[in-house]
Design a protein around this ligand. Structure first.
Ligand code: GDP
Length: 394
């Protein structure tokens, strides 16, 4: 059996255990390194060849995006990661880093429970950092922070351990100011990011290493050591002791809520229907035997399969042949196929249970933002776009 087939089988197995699923988005200001980080996470999880990571831009599936060098469409991948002897299924939704795609960022946030916010260590927080945080918090999505391009502090700015720590602290302080300003209550509940709690990691997506307090405790590698490895041209060793994908995905598994924990809190934030119904209970419990409730966050085009609706399945199980209602339209649509994304490709599977990100064909009336369900229901709250001035990439 090929390696890819094995990964697909493992993902299918893990899909049935919502406690071990993390639905996350990576969000960042343009050029802060989201694509490089995503590629290296995929490579670390064995999804793409590590030689191609960074060049392949696995998440940039549209030719147009590759030409323009920016990520436009929210693409999706699933990967597996072992943490504390348990394998986890990590469904990752890519979000556009460009400010004029704010609507897509918000839609992606609806589908996830955790947002990994990437900030360039040299540039610090930027307007889009604020926008993505605002969108995440408004959707009830928990933030964690990855401070990227730390190699530049060492190699270009020639900073020592104290200066480096000061700079990182200042980025963390700025991010926490933003969180507190936007969600005082959540901030008090521990949504501020903290080095000590392990909700902050930092490193270099480009050179494929990262660290965090839990990782430093495990490896004994501190700031001075990191600087030494960089200065002595021993990046390969640093990468081996403190690999980016392990550090970042450990943080994801530990700190982002699984759907069972997240949905009881998220459902009242994004849905205003009657909470005494069985349908509401199905969503709160992530019940794979409940009514199908699927929130479409993105419509993509596959050259062979046609329109593909991607989104978060809050309740029930999606299967081929189901006739489902699409909010705002009359009648039902029949599901032709169900699948998950692996790299830039869609893999068809027999069924997808509640708590997962699913990709389905046959929903010809659905648009991004549609609520798709097995019984007629109050649709999810409409997704508000946060608009801001358009900043073009220089
Ligand atoms: P995105 O716009 O957020 O997706 O950013 P990209 O991943 O495309 O990265 C933007 C630029 O920053 C590219 O030239 C990357 O090679 C570079 N880059 C990304 N991560 C790092 C890093 O950790 N260190 C350095 N020095 N450059 C990086």
């Amino acid at each position: 059996m090929g390696r890819r087939k094995k990964i697909v089988q493992e993902c299918e197995r893990l899909m049935d255990t919502p406690e071990n699923i993390r639905n996350i988005a990576i969000a960042a200001h343009i050029d802060h390194g989201k694509t490089t980080l995503t590629d290296n996470l995929l490579a670390g999880a064995g999804m793409i060849s590590s030689d191609l990571a960074g060049e392949q831009l696995a998440m940039d599936t549209e030719e147009d995006e590759q030409e323009r060098g920016i990520t436009i469409d929210a693409a999706n991948v699933s990967m597996t990661h072992e943490y504390q002897e348990t394998n986890h299924l990590i469904n990752l939704i890519d979000t556009p880093g460009h400010v004029d795609f704010g609507g897509d960022v918000t839609r992606a946030m609806r589908a996830v429970d955790g947002a990994l916010v990437v900030v360039d260590a040299v540039e610090g927080t930027m307007p889009q950092t604020e926008t993505v945080l605002r969108q995440a918090l408004r959707e009830g999505v928990k933030p964690a922070l990855f401070i990227n391009k730390v190699d530049r502090l060492i190699n270009e700015l020639q900073e020592g351990p104290e200066e480096m720590q000061e700079r990182l602290q200042s980025v963390i302080g700025d991010v926490n100011e933003l969180i507190r300003g936007m969600a005082e209550e959540k901030y008090e509940e521990g949504w501020k990011v903290s080095v000590q709690d392990g909700t902050v990691a930092f490193g270099s997506a480009l050179y494929n290493w990262a660290t965090s307090v839990p990782q430093m405790q495990e490896t004994g590698i501190d700031f001075a050591d990191i600087i030494e490895y960089n200065r002595n041209d021993e990046i390969d060793e640093l990468r081996e002791y403190s690999p980016l994908s392990t550090v970042v995905l450990d943080m994801v598994a530990e700190h982002f809520p699984n759907p069972v924990k997240a949905q009881p809190e998220r459902v009242p934030t994004v849905w205003r229907g009657d909470d005494t119904t069985e349908l509401a209970e199905g969503m709160r419990l992530v019940d794979d035997e409940g009514d199908v409730v699927f929130m479409v966050t993105d419509i993509g085009i596959d050259p062979h399969a046609g329109e593909i609706a991607t989104g978060r399945l809050f309740s029930g199980t999606l299967e081929r042949g189901q006739d489902l209602y699409v909010s705002g339209t009359a009648g039902t649509n029949r599901i032709q196929s169900v699948g998950i994304f692996m790299g830039g490709e869609r893999e068809e599977v027999e069924s997808v249970p509640a708590g997962n990100i699913a990709a389905v064909t046959g929903l010809r009336d659905a648009i991004a933002g549609s609520t798709v369900s097995s019984t007629e229901m109050t649709p999810f709250e409409s997704i508000e776009h946060i608009s801001e001035p358009v900043i073009t990439k220089s």
